[in-house]
Design a protein around this ligand. Structure first.
Ligand code: G3I
Length: 370
């Protein structure tokens, strides 16, 4: 059980921030020291005020009011009796849920002869009971595959295995899961960003992507089908490659409805400088939905804590504002709280180890309420 009085802790957390801002102002006013590099932060007044409001604001209510899917990735902690605040925080602040690992191929179909839906069903049924939307993650990915997939030798056999997996999973969750990351991270980081080598590309060929989307669509005509990737948030060579990939799919009549931008970032990420809005808008202009699907913003070590927390808040603020500016369909953080994030050391989420709201929470609340 984690229990320190949230408000006190948050105020303690924000005090140095307020202090440094006041000092900065004084220094800029008359002091000799060179002016510090301008830190993109949330304003001092608004930094303190949200701390007092934090306990009263429900991000979920604000997101519902905007019709925005505002979600978090969840893992086994959801069912840990020693962590009741996990479910409490999730249900109070998020109207959508993604299984961090439970719905990956190895999680659902480790044994070739049979699916194992137990854990994933528990996550989905709990979400549905709490009125939350579920994003299905992910059907076809080069990672988290069971050993038997690597034993397959022919295009025909792997194509059928992939189609059977997609059909089996989407059919099982039809009516409960309405959004799927059908293919994840199929574009490589190598120069020129060709498709990423994987059992699917190597054995089936580049059309494995189209075939995966067709199988998912056939299994659930009502589901929204996404292509999802990372390092594609701004205008760059990789997002260009994803843009050409999905534009080609649309031209071939492949049933794709949206693109997911993972946004695994750090506090140096410059949302404006990276031209995230222009990037997202060009996908919107193709008639596709866009979602920020795995947002986290890692703190950089060895920097003043208050400055880093303020920079983190600014990145969350700018990313969410940009997302809303292009009428994005969703904004999902990759985890609920720092202590069990996949990169916990960087404390990348909006709730700290004690489930207390961080300055990033305040920035997100202000943006959702704007
Ligand atoms: O469940 C097994 C457990 O039985 C075993 O004892 C333990 C030790 O090896 O491993 C556990 O599986 C781990 C699993 O997380 C559950 O904790 C895997 O080793 C580990 O690789 C897996 O890491 C996940 C990773 O994807 C790979 O699937 C991370 O939690 C998850 O945050 C990460 O998420 C990905 C997205 O799906 C796609 N985009 C990038 C993102 C970050 O890598």
């Amino acid at each position: 059980m984690r229990s320190v009085r949230p408000i006190l802790k948050t105020l303690l957390l924000l005090a140095p921030l307020t202090l440094s801002l006041t000092l900065g102002a004084a220094r800029a006013g008359g002091g000799a020291a060179p002016p510090a590099a301008p830190t993109p932060t949330v304003s001092p007044a608004s930094a303190v005020q949200p701390a007092r409001q934090a306990a009263r604001v429900s991000l979920r209510a604000l997101a519902d009011a905007r019709g925005l899917l505002f979600g978090a990735a969840v893992n086994h902690t959801l069912f840990d009796p020693n962590e009741p605040d996990y479910a409490r925080t999730l249900n109070r602040h998020f109207n959508a849920v993604v299984a961090e690992n439970a719905m990956k191929w190895a999680g659902l179909h480790n044994n070739r002869e049979a699916f194992a839906f137990g854990f994933a069903d528990a996550i989905v049924d709990t979400a549905v009971k709490n009125g939350q939307t579920v994003r299905g993650h992910t059907l076809v990915w080069h990672d988290s595959l069971p050993p038997w997939v690597y034993t397959i030798q022919t295009r025909e056999e792997l194509l059928r295995a992939m189609q059977d997996h997609v059909t089996g999973v989407v059919t099982h969750f039809r009516g409960r899961v309405h959004i799927w990351d059908v293919v994840n991270e199929a574009v490589s980081d190598a120069p020129g960003h060709p498709l990423r080598p994987s059992p699917f590309l190597n054995l089936i060929g580049p059309d494995f992507i189209d075939e995966a989307f067709r199988a998912a669509h056939a299994a659930d005509l009502g589901a929204k089908l996404y292509y999802n990737d990372y390092n594609t948030d701004g205008l760059n060579g990789k997002s260009d490659a994803v843009y050409e990939l999905v534009r080609g799919m649309l031209a071939r009549g492949v049933p794709i409805h949206g693109v997911g931008f993972q946004a695994h970032l750090n506090t140096d990420f410059d949302v404006k400088g990276a031209q995230v809005q222009a990037n997202l808008q060009r996908f919107r202009d193709l008639g596709l939905d866009v979602q920020m699907t795995e947002v986290d913003v890692q703190l950089r070590p060895a920097r003043p804590e208050a400055d880093e927390l303020a920079r983190q808040a600014a990145v969350y603020r700018d990313l969410l504002r940009t997302c809303l500016n292009v009428q994005c369909a969703g904004f999902v953080t990759w985890g609920v709280t720092d202590f069990n994030s996949w990169r916990a050391g960087g404390r990348p989420l909006i709730f700290d180890d004690m489930y207390d709201p961080k300055p990033a929470f305040a920035a997100v609340a202000q943006e959702l309420a704007r």
